[in-house]
Design a protein around this ligand. Structure first.
Ligand code: AMP
Length: 448
């Protein structure tokens, strides 16, 4: 299938072709026709699947093909599409996509988020904005000040809606929904389905098409995952050693806290390894600067917290390091999804100290595989993992012949063929689907 068979205009196809896309990804194949048909969509797809283009392309098509002149009550041209995202970085990235895919169209977009001057945004709102990409908080600031008019929104997109709910934006979202016209198209994208998403979808969507692509296979052949057991206070030394020894030139490192991220940047600097941090306490310009410098090779290491990393799109990132394991096992999936994208090979390394062994067990349970340990001479730490210490912790592992666990102390990763793939969920029924490219169907009211 090609983009031209999906019903998109020539201007849009020209723009995606220039970006080097030759064929649509599975989420695009399903979402583009569904959005073009004008109905609501509920789509489960993670970052890295091409989800942004899956709603941006048909949105651009829809807005550009309607040539009727529209005005607000005070004679201005109205904002016609609203895309809400959980983070500033994601908002900026989505708007970049809107600009890039819409470069041959006469549509104007604007990105709006907190942490930067509001007056500049107010000035921008005085001129034409067809597509507004915003984070909920700053959008509501504008609503309060009467500087934004949402009364003529034709299409609403909630991108990474699950993350918005996790971040406590539900009240803000409800408030924003109350300001939109009743008649509109709603597109709700999420990475992980939950009761909260189901509830939001039930109240928001009208007979949506349900689209789901295979959950990004966290144990994809292209991502090599390893664990190093190490004492907590030797982690930064081990990290510096791995970076130098393996000549890693571009490494994204995750820490659990903002303080931990800043401290690690200093420790790496002491080791003459240039690093920058990206987290919620950094100003927007500092974050943008750090990301740009990391992308263009000006800094070797980018240290990030989970929230700040959402939506970071760094192509072909070769190395991801979990300096601390995340408290929530799903975040491990998001983190390592930053590497091994689009078929490129990548490596995800976790530095695990004694008090993180339960977190490791939780991750292994979620991804349904055990992660191989590696040892670096001089950095050995001897403690049993949770799964080894507590016999019950093995429950999740698929039984091998004679019910013997595979050896863990090997320095070699498990063969990729033994990887159990995570199975895509069929959201409404809770049944598992075996399709690898996903499913699409109308979501009947009775499913809710
Ligand atoms: P997303 O899931 O929207 O974050 O997209 C992940 C990456 O895939 C981005 O770098 C996109 O530019 C890229 N991408 C999106 N669609 C395609 C496509 N059809 N072919 C190749 N790359 C794509």
């Amino acid at each position: 299938m090609s983009f031209s068979t999906l019903g998109l205009s020539n201007e849009i196809i020209r723009a995606v072709t220039e970006r080097g896309y030759t064929k649509p990804t599975p989420i695009q194949m399903q979402a583009i026709p569904a959005v073009l048909s004008g109905g609501d969509v509920l789509a489960g797809a993670q970052t890295g699947t091409g989800k942004t283009a899956s709603f941006t392309l048909p949105l651009l098509h829809r807005l550009s093909s309607d040539k009727s002149v529209k005005t607000t009550s005070n004679g201005c041209s109205p904002i016609r599409a609203l895309i809400l995202t959980p983070t500033r970085e994601l908002a900026a990235q989505v708007e970049e996509s809107v600009i890039s895919y819409g470069k041959y169209l006469k549509l104007n977009s604007m990105v709006m988020f907190g942490g930067v001057s509001i007056s500049q945004q107010k000035r921008r709102l005085n001129s034409r904005v067809d597509i507004l990409v915003a984070t909920p908080g700053r959008l509501l600031d504008h609503v309060q000040q009467g500087t934004v008019n949402l009364s003529q929104i034709e299409v609403l997109v909630l991108d990474e809606a699950d993350r918005m709910l996790d971040m406590g934006f539900i009240r803000d979202i409800r408030r924003i929904l109350s300001l939109l016209p009743k008649q509109r198209q709603n597109l709700l994208f999420f990475a992980t389905f939950s009761e909260k998403i189901k509830e939001l979808a039930a109240g928001l969507l009208n007979h949506p098409t349900l689209i789901e692509v295979a959950r990004r296979n966290v144990t994809a052949d292209t991502v090599l995952q390893k664990v190093y057991k190490v004492d907590r206070d030797r982690k930064h030394q081990l990290l510096a050693h791995l970076i130098r020894q393996n000549n890693w030139e571009q490494v994204l490192v995750f820490t659990r806290t903002k303080y931990g991220a800043d401290r690690l940047v200093k420790q790496l600097a002491d080791d003459r390894i240039p690093a920058l941090a990206i987290h919620g306490n950094k100003s927007q310009s500092a974050r943008t600067h750090a990301l740009a410098k990391f992308k263009n090779g000006g800094v070797r290491v980018l240290v990030a917290t989970d929230i700040a990393s959402r939506g970071l799109d760094i192509n072909e990132l070769p190395h991801v390091v979990n300096f601390n394991l995340p408290n929530v096992a799903e975040d491990y999936v998001h983190r390592i999804g930053r590497t091994g994208r689009a078929g490129a090979s990548g490596e995800a390394v976790s530095l695990v100290c004694a008090d993180e062994s339960q977190l490791l067990a939780d991750i292994e349970k979620l991804i349904e595989r055990r992660l191989p340990f590696e040892v670096v001479a001089g950095f050995e730490a001897n403690f049993p993992s949770q799964a080894e210490a507590i016999p019950d912790g093995r429950k999740h592992r698929p039984k091998s012949k004679g019910d013997k666990p595979p050896a863990r102390s090997t320095a070699k990763p498990l063969p990729q063929t033994s990887v159990k793939q995570s199975t895509p969920r069929t959201v409404t029924s809770g049944k598992k689907s075996s399709s690898s490219s996903g499913t699409s169907r109308r979501w009947a009211k009775g499913d809710r």
